[in-house]
Design a protein around this ligand. Structure first.
Ligand SMILES: Cc1cc2nc3c(=O)[nH]c(=O)nc-3n(C[C@H](O)[C@H](O)[C@H](O)COP(=O)(O)OP(=O)(O)OC[C@H]3O[C@@H](n4cnc5c(N)ncnc54)[C@H](O)[C@@H]3O)c2cc1C
Length: 480
């Protein structure tokens, strides 16, 4: 019997923050929308990524700050209560072993309902132009048809590279790391990027006696300014975290499931852990998405233009699956663009109005790495600016010399770097490394995106005594 197709204006596959936002913006624009989700509404970010990782890191950072502040240090004499930290993390991620996938996504599902977005639980696949097949949890099938658009927001999963023995060793990915019930006695981390560094620090502080981070790149956080790696490496060493960079992994051995695991490097060194975290990057969740039915290659990122349009006037994508910037805030930004553009095009309105192009995706991206010290950046690094052949001048300043920073904790150590396009006289990038700099990043984002001329920025007077006064010092060092 022919299946009845259910029609919506917009079908979104994938219920992470970008998927939710794309559907919500389309609704706001007057369209009907359905969201197809095969695990949990809220996506990786809510249960296995941003939220749990930051819930684990915040107590670590706070205790470290308290220990650096005379008067407070005397009051904080014990160690972290790891159980309490894990329990608080559990509350943030709605942990519930009785629910599918171990978490309760009821709050996010109710939000969808309140927004007028239908939810179809199941695995969504493209089935040709504007059609989506859904395999429901009870192995049933539903067919959805889109009047205007299908949005792919299926995200990414952790990459497990084809290293001999790795897959068989059943390594931790970010999912197990962020949802761990306790810190393993010995943790080996393969990958010194954001996930590797954040996890290494959290687990060391939460009880791991040995933590080793291994990366083939010459330094930690290779995409950030080199000073970030310098300060983070010093902090890791002080915290007793071993770092091995510039050497590739050769193989992994775990003879007994659940037993100790050995990471063997190309230079013959071996590191033994109770767990091995693989944090070497992400793979788009497009292998089983029916991309071939519309002429796209499965397993690849979905290419889009700045209106988030992928193909044929009806297929859009946003979030990690585009491979543009694997960050929740950038995915949500892309989603707002996609939803607004789809609504405008459906109504025959101009589709290039305010906010309808994801122009920030290229050179204006902000990011915070929540290690201690935090690493925050907006816009381009010096290297990226030079690659774009911009006439660049770099200004560096020691954050610890700023009154606001020195008041924060004793012996504050940190760094600020401003990258200036000298021809236009504007900031094209800024990086801050230090305790409590996360909230400083948005000021840099505003300066970079606003292309605020330096002699105008001079009149944005930072309050005394805050860390923001570093802006004044950077501008003075530039010559203002
Ligand atoms: C450990 C870790 C920490 C992070 N911390 C931060 C941070 O602090 N700040 C930040 O900005 N970013 C952070 N990120 C990145 C952030 O998690 C991602 O950028 C964000 O989750 C991307 O959202 P998304 O919706 O594109 O993908 P996802 O969150 O992966 O969501 C995709 C959704 O699609 C569903 N899905 C996939 N395929 C199908 C299908 N065929 N049918 C139905 N449903 C499907 C999935 O189940 C999932 O719910 C972190 C990542 C990791 C791994």
């Amino acid at each position: 019997m022919a299946q009845e197709e259910q029609e919506y204006d917009v079908i979104v596959i994938g219920g992470g923050p970008p998927g939710e936002n794309a559907a919500a913006r389309a609704r706001r624009g007057g369209l009907s929308a359905v969201l197809v989700e095969h695990e949990l509404v809220g996506g990786e970010c809510s249960y296995w990524a941003c939220m749990p990782s930051k819930a684990l890191l915040r107590p670590v950072e706070l205790l470290a700050a308290a220990r650096r502040l005379p008067g407070v240090a005397e009051a904080v004499t014990g160690e972290l209560d790891a159980r309490a930290v894990f329990d608080r993390r559990d509350r943030f991620v709605g942990k519930d072993p009785d629910k599918p996938y171990g978490h309760d996504d009821g709050g996010q599902a109710s939000w969808l309902e309140s927004t007028g977005i239908d939810l179809v639980r199941g695995h969504g696949l493209l089935a040709g132009e504007k059609r989506v097949e859904v395999v429901t949890p009870d192995d049933g099938h539903r067919t959805l048809a889109a009047r205007h658009a299908v949005v792919l927001a299926t995200g990414t999963g952790a990459t497990v590279p084809p290293l001999p023995g790795l897959r068989e060793a059943r390594p931790w990915t970010s999912r197990q790391a962020t949802n761990a019930e306790e810190a393993p006695g010995r943790l080996v981390v393969l990958g010194g990027g954001v996930v590797g560094c954040e996890t290494a620090q959290a687990m060391r502080a939460l009880g791991s006696a040995e933590v080793t981070v291994v990366d083939s790149a010459p330094r930690l956080l290779p995409k950030q300014e080199p000073v970030a790696a310098e300060l983070l490496t010093a902090a890791f060493r002080e915290a007793g975290i071993d770092i091995v960079t510039g050497v590739s992994a050769k193989e992994v051995r775990r003879p007994r499931p659940g037993g100790s695991v050995t990471l063997v490097l190309e230079d013959g060194r071996e590191f033994v852990g109770d767990e091995l975290l693989v944090a070497v990057g992400r793979t788009p969740s497009t292998a089983d998405l029916g991309l071939e039915t519309v002429g796209l290659e499965p397993g690849r990122y979905v290419e889009v233009d700045d209106s988030m349009h992928a193909l044929g006037g009806w297929l859009y994508a946003c979030g990690d699956v585009t491979g543009r910037n694997l960050l929740t805030h950038m995915g949500k930004y892309q989603a707002r663009v996609a939803g607004d553009v789809i609504a405008a095009r459906a109504a025959g309105r101009p589709d290039d109005g305010r906010g309808m192009r994801a122009v920030a995706d290229h050179d204006w991206v902000p990011q915070v790495v929540f290690t201690d010290p935090q690493v925050g950046s907006a816009g381009l690094t010096e290297e990226q600016a030079r690659d774009r052949e911009l006439p660049v001048r770099v200004i560096d300043y020691e954050l610890g010399k700023v009154a606001g920073a020195s008041l924060l904790v004793d012996g504050y150590s940190g760094h600020a770097r401003m990258v200036v396009d000298t021809e236009r006289g504007v900031v094209v990038g800024a990086t801050f490394v230090g305790a409590d700099i996360a909230e400083l990043v948005h000021s840099a984002t505003v300066a970079v995106v606003g292309e605020v001329p330096l002699d105008r920025l001079w009149h944005a007077v930072p309050s005394y005594p805050t860390i923001s006064e570093v802006w004044l010092r950077l501008l003075e060092a530039y010559g203002l």
